[in-house]
Every structure is written in C-alpha cells, then in structure tokens.
Design a protein around this ligand. Structure first.
Ligand code: GDP
Ligand code: IMO
Ligand code: MG
Length: 425
C-alpha cells in the first residue's frame, strides 16, 4: 500500500489530525498537499496535545519524515511558532521538508482579507483570517511568492516591493485604508529564513523516489469536501482543493500511486464560518453536541455550529472524494443521548430532491427529513472492537455504512489514538 490518504468529508474538523497520527504508525512519510494555517489539526498523544496548522501530523511520530507540498500556502512566522511548540515535545529536526513551490503568506494577505471581509458586510464568508484567499488569488494571478525565493533575499525584497505597490493602491485607493511599509512586510520574514532555508526541498521528487523504492506515504488532507473550492458549498468554501485527486497533482505525485482513501466523518455535522447548513440545530441538543464534542475552532476558537449527521451530503462527499473506507469519529459524544437523528433526504418546496446539490442558494432552502435512532446510554470510550458496541450504536453505524456504500472500518470514541474501535479481522 504505497500511497494512502486521509480526507475530510464534511466542513472540516472531522479529526483528520487524530486519524493521520493513528495511521502514520509504520509509515515512512506523511505529507500535506494544500491549505495552510486555516487548518487546525489536533493530535493527542500520551505525552501532550498538539495543535498543528501546516506541519503534517506525522511529525509527532519518531522516525516519520514529513513533507509540506507545493499546493500549500505557508505563513513563515506562524510556522516558526508551530515548530517551537513541536520541538518542546519531540525532535523534528531532519524530519521536515518544505516544498520550494509552496506559496508564502505575507502581512498584506491578512490585511487584504480583513478589508475584503469587512467590505462583504452581511455577505462575508467568515474566513479564518489567515490570508488564505488573497494568497491563493495571488498564486492564480501569478504574482505569488514561493518558498524557494527565501534563498535569494535580494530578489525576495524586489518582488515584495513590486507587489506591495500594487497592494497599497488597493488598500489606499479602494479601501481608503492605511498603506503597509516594506519593513512591516519583510522584516518578520527575514528572521525566519535561517530556520526555514535548510528545510526547503523538491518534495515531489522526494516522494516519487520514495514510492519507487517501495516506501509508504500517507497524505493528510486539509479542510473537507464540502469546503472544496470546486465541489463544496461555493462561495462558502476555502480557496484550495480538498479532493484526493487534486491532492496528488498539487503535491506532484502521479494519481496512479493512490491506492486507499480513508474518508473521515464525524458522527454529527459541524461548521465554523458562514454558509448553508441544512441540519443545523439551534437548540439545547445542538448546545449539548458542542459541549460534549468541545466544538470550538482549533485555529480561531470560534464556536462551531452543530447539527445531526447529514447523510445526503456525506454520500455526495464519498462520491466526489472516491473514499474507499470510512472512519466515523466522535461517536462518544452521543453516549448520553436518548435519541439520535440522521438526515436521509432533502425536500424543496414539498418535493423530495434527488441527492445533494452543493449550490448554496438551494441548500439554504432545503428541508431535511430524518430517521430517528435510540441512544445507547453507555460509555463507549474504551471499546476496542466495533462488534462489541451496544446494539443501538451498531444499528447507527450499520445504517450509515449502508447509506453511503463504503465500509466503516474504524470508529473513533475519544481524542487519543488508542480510543479507536476497529473491526475484528
Ligand atoms: P481536524 O481539523 O480534522 O484534524 O480536526 P480538529 O482537530 O480540528 O477537531 C477534532 C477535535 O476532536 C480535536 O479536538 C480532537 O482532539 C477531538 N477528537 C478527535 N477524535 C475524537 C473522538 O472520537 N471523540 C472526541 N470526544 N474527541 C475527538
Ligand atoms: P481543518 O483542516 C473548518 C472554513 C472557514 C470559513 C471557510 C473559508 O482544520 O479541517 P478560509 O480561511 O479557508 O478562507 O475560510 O472555510 N475553514 C475551515 N473550517 N476546518 C478547517 O480546516 C477550515 N479551513 C477553513 O471557517 O468558513
Ligand atoms: Mg481542524
């Protein structure tokens, strides 16, 4: 199994970090291919709880080599903080490589996003404010700056000065706001160069060599299918692709090597930021899910909206992602529930819809229909085998599995990697 992937199937925060850490045991490489510090992946080990943003989750496992790929956007200053946190727990040196082709986030990206979001007013997207959208826009517009340029300080300064002239025209002219100075933009970056420069590498080439030598690579997805730029609930999406297929091309690895895609879904639905959410619960039940699931953003601390698991959306995400198996996470959140519901179809103007349409205008209007399940009222958090779950939990899992059409091979019942129930062989 040379190349496998972990992929979020909802609106992010499905526990990709935990899953990647779990599956990284015995892996040679773990790699990220897109997204940036909008991600917040939590890993709980015996020793610590680590919140990672751009560094792959394999960093928490000794011996695993970690690659940050060319589809990513990286804030060098934020990365320094992340590396300090990691180094306090585990030695990452010599185990982390950053693609020369990854794009860099600068102060003007964050500033532009702040002004853009303010200008959108009621139509704001509720972004993570990490400069993601403006950085990817510059990449597409071919004025982005790639990590490889950190090797040439003179050229970096010249291109930053040129870009800043353009950006300041927008800040001052369009937004009537103060301009940024070149020192504000470049000085914090210059301090990061001695640390980052030795890690710059051709990550595509490293991965290709590894695969041809029979080594194993696990790719860690970012965000989730419903936040995908093309197939998510546009415009309430992120600015990169979250699809496994594009993950391979973003990383620079042929798609023919990908043999397994582990799709991750929570046992309920959450969303942080704005956008349609058909199964959202704005009552005590939603509050109980938030409390028990600790549903507050890893990156921004914002409370996540919570609701029943949306199987219509999940089936769509399974199709679009090509997930070959499902890991169901945070099932323990329901341990105290009397009743649990699953959304099994949508109605629009009294008519049942044929599957999921990611069009935000439609999703805002659909009415979910639910199937109700009895709770199990038991602590699941130490169950080792799915077969040993109480009957009511098994019925819930079985229904999801049959609905989406791929096997649920793992069920997560706590943040720790050991709190994962598997199937008896
Ligand atoms: P990611 O962005 O997909 O990696 O997910 P996050 O780390 O942002 O959010 C998942 C949260 O749920 C983290 O705080 C995890 O520690 C926690 N978590 C993961 N799996 C479980 C689980 O099965 N049960 C509970 N209660 N918490 C979990
Ligand atoms: P992980 O990898 C949850 C959401 C933001 C916002 C929208 C656009 O931890 O699952 P952006 O800053 O990307 O331009 O914001 O996408 N978003 C996430 N929500 N988990 C994430 O990442 C997210 N990354 C972006 O809240 O609604
Ligand atoms: Mg997260």
């Amino acid at each position: 199994m040379p190349v496998s992937m972990v992929c979020g199937l909802q609106w992010g925060d499905e526990a990709k970090g935990k899953t990647t850490h779990l599956l990284s045991e015995g892996m040679d490489y773990v790699a990220r291919f897109a997204g940036g510090p909008n991600s917040g992946h939590t890993i709980v080990t015996n020793e610590c709880t680590m919140k990672l943003h751009v560094v792959p989750a394999g960093i928490m496992r000794e011996g695993v080599i970690n690659l940050m790929g060319s589809g990513m956007v990286i804030d060098p200053v934020g990365l320094m903080g992340e590396l300090r946190d990691i180094q306090a727990e585990i030695d990452y040196r010599g185990r982390l490589f950053i693609s020369e082709g990854a794009h860099l986030i600068f102060e003007y990206h964050r500033y532009q996003e702040l002004l853009d979001e303010k200008a959108r007013g009621k139509g704001s997207i509720g972004t993570s404010m990490r400069g993601i959208g403006p950085c990817y826009a510059d990449k597409i517009n071919r004025i982005g700056i790639r990590a490889g340029l950190l090797r040439d300080e003179g050229r970096l300064r010249r291109i930053l000065e040129r870009n800043l002239k353009r950006k300041n025209k927008i800040f001052e002219g369009q937004y009537k706001s103060k301009p940024l100075t070149i020192d504000e933009v470049i000085n914090p970056i210059l301090e990061t160069i001695p640390t980052i420069k030795p890690m710059l590498a051709d990550t595509s080439r490293i991965a290709h060599k590894a695969v041809t030598e029979g080594k194993s690579i696990l790719l860690e997805g970012n965000q989730g299918i419903l936040l995908d730029l093309d197939h998510g609930t546009y415009p309430y999406v992120t600015s990169s692709s979250c699809l496994p297929a594009s993950g391979m091309s973003n990383f620079g690895l042929s798609p023919v090597y990908l043999t397994k895609i582990t799709g991750i879904a929570k046992s309920y639905q959450t969303r942080v930021g704005k956008g349609p959410f058909p199964t959202k619960l704005e009552d005590d039940t939603g509050e109980l899910i938030r409390k028990r699931g600790n549903e507050y953003g890893t990156t921004t601390g914002r409370p996540r909206d919570c609701g029943w698991l949306d199987l219509v959306a999940l089936k769509y995400a399974v199709r679009v992602s090509g997930a070959t198996e499902l890991m169901l996470t945070l099932l323990d959140v329901f341990d105290v529930f009397e009743e649990i519901k699953l959304c099994v179809s949508y109605e629009l103007n009294g008519k049942k819809l044929d599957g999921f349409d990611p069009d935000s205008g439609i999703l805002e209007q659909v009415k979910p229909t639910y199937k109700s399940f009895k709770g199990w009222k038991e602590d699941l958090s130490n169950t080792k085998w799915i077969e040993d779950f109480p009957e009511n939990a098994k019925k819930y899992i079985q229904f999801i599995q049959e609905f989406v059409g791929i096997p649920i091979n793992m069920v997560s019942i706590g943040p720790d990697e050991k709190q994962t129930a598997r199937r008896r062989e």
